[in-house]
Design a protein around this ligand. Structure first.
Ligand SMILES: [Zn+2]
Length: 350
C-alpha cells in the first residue's frame, strides 16, 4: 500500500499550533480533531506553507508530484498511482477514469455497490488490540446497520472485503474496489462519527458538500482557504453526471459533510451555510438523511420496515421498471445508483 501513502513531510509550524490541542476526553466534541486536521497533520494533503505553485507548462489531470518539503512541482502524478482526493477519499486509477474520464457516469456511488448491502470486513492486527479503535469500528458500523439495510459480516471466503487498519490519517476508497480494500484509521480517527464517515465512503458515498447543488446551500469562503491549488481543489463540486443524491435534500448535518473550518488558513469559516443556526457535519454519527439516502442507494427499506436488501428480494419483485431502457443502459449498472434502483433485474441485483 506504499502508493497510497503519499508525500509525507514534517508538520509545519502553523499546523503544530493549530493541532496542538490534545485529543482529550473522547466524549468532548470540542477537542476532537476533524478528518481534515488529522490528514493535514499526517502530511497527506499538502504543505500549507507552499503558497501558490509556480506556473507550469502542462496541466496535470490528477495533480502535481511533490518535492521532499511537500510542495508541488511541475511534474504530473502518474496515472497509475493511488491518490487521495477531497481530503480522505482514496482513488485508484480505475476509479478516477470513471470519475473524470470522458463519458463517465456516476451516482452517489460511482463504484460498485456491495451486493445485497453486505460488507465483509476484517480488523487488521494493527488495530485489533486497540480497544478504542475496535469500539469505534463497532459503533461506526452500528450507525449504518441500525438505520439502514446494509450489514457487515466478518470475512470468510469472500474476495472483496474491507480491512480496517492503522494507517496514516483517516481515509477510505469509495464503494467496492475489488479484492482487499483498506480503510485507514489513525489514532485520531477512533470516534464513532469519524469511522461512520469512512464507512460511508466504502459504502459508496461522496461528500455532501460536493453535491451539484451545494452552492444553493453553502458558500465557500475562498479567502479563508489555505493558499495553493491543491487546497482549493478540496472544495471541488461535481455536476449531476457524477453525483446523484437520489432526490434527497441537502443535508447540513450529514456525517459526510465537512465542518465549517475545513482547510481554513486563519481559523475563519471556509464553508458558510445559507441557513442560520445549523451545524455543518456530524461528529456523533449518521443523520436521518444519511440513512434514508443509503437505503435508496441500496434499494431497500430501513430495518424493521422490511427485510428487503437488494439481493434477498423475492422473485416476484425482481422486475425492471423499464425493460427497454434498462437493457439499453446496462453497462452503467456498476456505476449508477439509479440503474441499481430501477433496473435491479438487468443489473443482476435480485
Ligand atoms: Zn470523507
Amino acid at each position: 500500500m506504499d502508493a497510497a501513502v503519499l508525500f509525507v513531510w514534517g508538520m509545519t509550524a502553523l499546523l503544530s499550533m493549530s493541532l496542538a490541542t490534545p485529543i482529550g476526553k473522547r466524549n468532548d466534541t470540542s477537542v476532537r480533531p476533524s478528518i481534515v486536521e488529522i490528514n493535514l497533520q499526517a502530511g497527506l494533503l499538502g504543505n500549507p506553507n507552499c503558497g501558490e505553485m509556480p506556473a507550469c507548462d502542462k496541466v496535470c489531470r490528477f495533480g502535481y508530484e511533490k518535492s521532499q518539503d511537500g510542495c508541488p512541482i511541475c511534474s504530473c502524478i502518474p496515472d497509475d498511482k493511488n491518490i487521495l482526493i477531497e481530503g480522505d477519499m482514496m482513488s485508484t486509477p480505475a476509479v478516477r477514469a470513471r470519475l473524470f474520464g470522458p463519458g463517465s457516469r456516476g451516482s452517489t456511488a460511482f463504484g460498485n455497490l456491495w451486493p445485497g448491502g453486505v460488507v465483509p470486513y476484517v480488523i487488521d492486527s494493527s488495530l485489533a488490540s486497540e480497544g478504542l479503535a475496535t469500539q469505534a469500528i463497532t459503533a461506526g458500523m452500528n450507525e449504518w446497520t441500525s438505520q439502514t439495510c446494509v450489514s457487515f459480516v466478518p470475512k470468510t471466503v469472500q474476495t472483496n472485503y474491507v480491512k480496517f487498519y492503522k494507517g496514516e490519517g483517516c481515509w477510505s476508497y469509495i464503494g467496492v474496489v475489488g479484492g482487499e480494500q483498506l480503510v485507514s484509521l489513525d489514532t485520531g480517527c477512533w470516534y464513532t462519527g469519524t469511522v461512520a464517515h469512512e464507512i460511508g465512503h466504502a459504502l459508496g458515498y461522496f461528500h455532501e458538500h460536493s453535491r451539484p447543488d451545494r452552492d444553493d446551500y453553502v458558500t465557500i469562503q475562498w479567502d479563508n482557504v489555505l493558499s495553493g491549488t491543491e487546497f482549493r481543489r478540496q472544495f471541488d463540486k461535481y455536476d449531476e453526471s457524477y453525483i446523484d443524491s437520489l432526490g434527497t435534500t441537502y443535508d447540513y448535518g450529514s456525517v459526510m459533510h465537512y465542518p465549517r473550518d475545513a482547510f481554513s488558513s486563519n481559523g475563519q469559516p471556509t464553508i458558510v451555510p445559507s441557513q442560520n443556526g445549523v451545524t455543518l457535519g456530524n461528529t456523533e454519527g449518521i443523520s436521518e438523511m444519511d440513512a434514508r439516502q443509503m437505503n435508496l442507494l441500496y434499494g431497500c427499506s430501513p430495518p424493521g420496515e422490511s427485510t428487503t436488501p437488494a439481493a434477498t428480494t423475492s422473485a416476484s419483485s425482481c422486475m425492471d421498471k423499464n425493460e427497454r431502457r434498462c437493457d439499453r443502459w446496462k453497462s452503467f449498472c456498476p456505476f449508477s445508483g439509479k440503474m441499481q434502483k430501477h433496473c435491479r433485474q438487468t443489473c443482476g441485483l435480485c
